[in-house]
Design a protein around this ligand. Structure first.
Ligand code: SAH
Length: 302
């Protein structure tokens, strides 16, 4: 069980009038995120249908006003599950002022320490990025991303849309935890939207996709999850597999002195693309365990 607590307004914040800037503010003072013991899945709020399986994850947000604006953007589009990963400052008077009535989304927001915790039970994780990275990830346009997300949700999957810090975005390590990257095709010379504006664009595309799927006579078929015996592997199961894979590659001396990162990045991409189910992950982990055992026996013999 992860250390999570619904984020609640302080008495102080309720008593103060709305405060100033709504924009990205660099260098905000760090604060300690609240922790407790309920699950990320708790913040389901008032949304229903496919929206309950979709969460918006804000990583390391610097300005609480942007958390409030993001909550407002979500609520206008029928989304309600907000997860905050180690915000530099917890939601305060600015957040509530800019939420402008989306208080339920803020009240139900849960705070966790790491992105891994925020997406542990997700089967599809989309990382929103203002610029193309060297990282080997497939990149989708918002419309295609929303369609993919809805198709996953139709198969019963939990889905996360992940947004980065105002100043520096998501780290490459954080993007590694995502199945795909999403880029809003903005002006290439000025491509970085305000955090809440980016949340608005993606939430709007999700809403269009939800409305379109409701208009169809039958639910759109899911590209994954449908018609197979086992559930698609969760994020946490895949991370367990990747950790074991890294350990086995060391044990069989696969890297031969080279840095392991490059091979691991390629392997992560390959296995994420393969859309493994739980049984397949168990099979692969069994192979790794045997490979490691044989390597150990070979080491003892020589
Ligand atoms: N200077 C940062 C931008 C951070 S903006 C950078 O270069 O990465 C804060 C967050 O808003 C980003 O991490 C991303 O999640 C989202 N965002 C902003 N502009 C975006 C765009 N054009 N496409 C997709 N996401 C975007």
């Amino acid at each position: 069980m992860s250390d999570i607590l619904p984020t609640v307004p302080s008495a102080d914040s309720a008593a103060h009038p709305p405060a100033g800037s709504t924009e990205n503010v660099p260098g905000a003072a760090p604060g300690s995120p609240p922790v407790g013991d309920c699950a990320v899945a708790a913040g389901a709020g008032a949304a229903f249908g496919p929206a309950t399986l979709i969460r918006i994850v804000l990583v390391g947000t610097q300005h609480p006003g942007n958390i409030g604006s993001a909550a407002r953007a979500m609520k206008t589009m029928g989304l309600s599950r907000l997860v905050l990963v180690a915000p530099q400052r917890a939601p305060d008077v600015d957040a509530w002022a800019l939420a402008a009535g989306a208080d339920d989304v803020l009240n139900d927001a849960v705070t966790v320490a790491t992105l891994g915790e925020a997406v542990a039970d997700c089967r599809f994780v989309l990382g929103c990025t203002a610029r193309s990275r060297r990282i080997a990830l497939d990149e989708l346009m918002p419309r295609d991303a929303a369609a993919r997300a809805l198709a996953e949700v139709a198969g019963g999957a939990q889905v996360a849309l992940v947004f980065g810090r105002e100043r520096t975005g998501l780290t490459n390590d954080e993007l590694q935890l995502c199945h795909v990257a999403v880029h809003i095709p903005a002006n290439p010379e000025y491509s970085s939207l305000n955090l809440a504006a980016a949340v608005q664009v993606l939430s709007y595309e999700l809403r269009l996709a939800m409305l379109a799927s409701q208009a169809l006579p039958a639910p759109a078929p899911a590209p994954t999850g449908a018609g197979r015996d086992d559930l698609p592997a969760s994020h946490a199961q895949l991370e367990g597999f990747f950790a074991q894979l890294a350990q086995t590659l060391e044990a069989i001396d696969f890297h031969k002195g080279r840095a392991p990162e490059s091979a691991m990045r390629k392997l992560r991409r390959l296995y994420l693309r393969a859309d493994l189910d739980e049984r397949e992950v168990r099979l692969l982990r069994g192979i790794l365990a045997d490979a490691e055992r044989m390597a150990m026996l070979a080491g003892q013999r020589s």
